[in-house]
Design a binder for this molecule. Structure first.
Ligand code: PAF
Length: 296
């Protein structure tokens, strides 16, 4: 297949390399202006990829978008004239809400969503470390996307484990709920994920989870409060020493994914007339932190 990776950060680079080694023709689209980019994953030989090549975009069978949610539309817009209507578009990032915008720009393309638990760390602009094996779930967003279940085999062959999920929105909501509980709190307090297991966070965390659970119920996502709580504490335990993506964004003073995580949740809460007081407070605190950088 002809595959283009839009946003070769840690996760995008991992997939670029995996697809290349599986025999596909892979090229990249990045903010860098170089015509070719080299990527090395772990101790394997570095591979050279074409970058921002118009012909490769025109020929693409699959465009895998791995930029963070706030950058999806800005990154896709300049490519629109080149993207063929048959090209499958797959969004792979934390948070939700971008598919609704992408479908406006590319109404005829198969649109798919993905979520992955692979751990990857970008050590330098050319070197990526695959820090933890994970599972990737894929699924269709629109009808054409739902007809692309064959991609499970393509992805599985390149970087297992991969599962086709007929209800990918359920998987994305589950991940979003976990992110709503962990990301803002770790970012505001600048702590590791494991710190949230301490007594001082227990009341606040339980209120946040309670609100998230009410919204999931209103959205008809079948996940009990107990199941949600258990999966949140399991992630806290398994990633105890890690810094969440939002903690790192705040630390490095980069725009966070808050609008696509808690912001998306609050948008749905409003729709269902649910007063999500604790999540609103967390959302506002992250927004205030972001705004404070502009006033210094
Ligand atoms: O955003 C993140 O960092 C991750 O999704 C998670 C699950 C919170 C682990 O750090």
């Amino acid at each position: 297949m002809n595959i283009v990776i839009l946003g070769p950060g840690a996760v995008g680079s991992l997939w670029a390399n995996a697809f290349l080694h599986a025999g596909h023709s892979v090229s990249l689209c990045s903010r860098q202006s170089a015509k070719q980019l080299s990527i090395q994953v772990d101790q394997y030989n570095a591979a050279l990829f074409a970058n921002n090549d118009k012909q490769s975009i025109q020929d693409a069978d699959l465009l895998l978008v791995t930029v963070k949610a706030p950058h999806v539309i800005t990154a896709l817009t300049p490519l629109l004239p080149q993207i063929s209507p048959d090209c499958m578009i797959m969004l792979m990032h934390n948070g939700m809400g971008t598919a609704e915008d992408v479908i406006e720009f590319l109404p005829n393309n198969p649109l798919l969503l993905a979520t992955t638990t692979h751990g990857a760390y970008r050590e330098s602009s050319q070197r990526v470390l695959h820090t933890g094996l994970g599972t990737t779930q894929l699924g269709g967003y629109n009808d054409k996307g739902k007809q692309c279940a064959f991609l499970e085999e393509v992805f599985q062959h390149a970087l297992p484990e991969v599962k086709w999920n007929h209800d990918i929105l359920h998987a994305l909501w589950h991940k979003l709920a976990i992110n709503c509980a962990i990301n803002p709190l770790t970012a505001i307090h600048q702590v590791t994920n494991g710190t949230l297991a301490q007594e001082e966070f227990s009341l606040l965390l339980s209120r946040v989870i309670d609100e998230v659970s009410q919204i999931l119920t209103a959205e008809e996502i079948r996940l009990s409060k107990k199941q949600l709580e258990d999966s949140i504490f399991k992630v806290i335990e398994l990633t105890a020493k890690n810094h969440s993506s939002m903690q790192q964004d705040v630390f490095h003073r980069r725009a966070t994914e808050i609008d696509f995580i808690t912001g998306y949740l609050l948008h749905k809460a409003k729709h269902h007339n649910i007063a999500a007081t604790e999540n609103t407070a967390l959302y506002q605190q992250i927004k205030q932190i972001e705004q404070s950088w502009n006033h210094e």
